[in-house]
Design a protein around this ligand. Sequence first.
Ligand code: ATP
Length: 353
Amino acid sequence: MAFLTLTNIQKSFGPVQVVHNFDMGIDKGEFVSFLGPSGCGKTTILRMIAGFETPSGGSILINGKDQGALKPNQRNIGMVFQAYALFPNMNVHDNVAFGLKVAGATKAEIDQRVKQMLGLIKLEHLADRYPYQLSGGQQQRVALARALAVKPQVLLLDEPLSALDAKIRISLREEIRQIQQQLGITTVFVTHDQEEALSISDRIVVMNAGRADQIGTPFEIYNTPATRFVASFVGTLNIIEGKVADPAAGAVTIGGQRISLKEPIAGFKGGDSISLALRPEAGSIAENGRGDTALPGEVVSTSFLGSVIRTKLRVGSDIISFDMFNNPGMTPPVAGDNVTLRFAAKDLLVIRE
Ligand code: ATP
């Protein structure tokens, strides 16, 4: 049985249901991210695990024990929020010591544990500082140490990095992951940043309007998105609109050109619209681009987005948006260029919902 089990969780605020039939088992030591846009219900699920919200239906078990009747402070859960939420009138040592004091630990136990925790986050030298004397990143590390000091059975992280600047965000997420693995603590992380979720998680739950669209490893979520929403929310995937020509033969048309996907397309009939995803690295408009499929087109517009160049192509009567990876050796396309988009038909992925 999983260590943290969420069974058929429902949550409504008044007449509005914000979480629908959510089921998931999270293993001991696993790092799971809830990823989705604002308002999709990810924080509400986290708050139900913590006991700050009561589910309208379903059950939450930790280590086999039903949490329904337990108050937040009885659940032995550590939590870190987006806003630093340290006690401003206490120094770093006392902030980290707080939960241990409440639990009635002796001074010697507290001092030893605080020292250990400050060692873990590499801030031993700042034990006497007050929160206002720390950077945002340092405050979040202290918040993490405070949450971990009481040896919680589950760690909940609610967008803990979103108030930090980009560089610190990346280094701190690596540090969080390393500490989590070192301690083997079961962790649930909420974020709206797909790169963050992909880089840090064992598994990701992609939430869409109160439901889990897909639960899978970062590799599965990125490479085989289950729905159109997942495909468009997680990373740079090109969605190409086509028509089904012959479902049994796996044939579609894009920009009037017939392309064989090599496999029958179950669940579609001839003439249906179909969405196909193509990863940027799977296609190219370079002269030496490879693949068994070539779509001649004209560049309508381009925008340089750093790692990718978003290119709109007119292919037949269709406009295809194609993100290609930036490569310093390339000549970027410009509007009016006649190009050929090349890819292997087997790399086209049918998006079903
Ligand atoms: P964000 O990233 O913006 O925090 P989220 O995905 O975490 O978004 P939730 O905070 O879980 O979303 O909110 C889900 C929905 O529930 C939203 O529509 C929100 O307005 C609503 N909601 C959350 N808390 C309450 C509440 N206490 N009373 C009424 N509605 C609420």
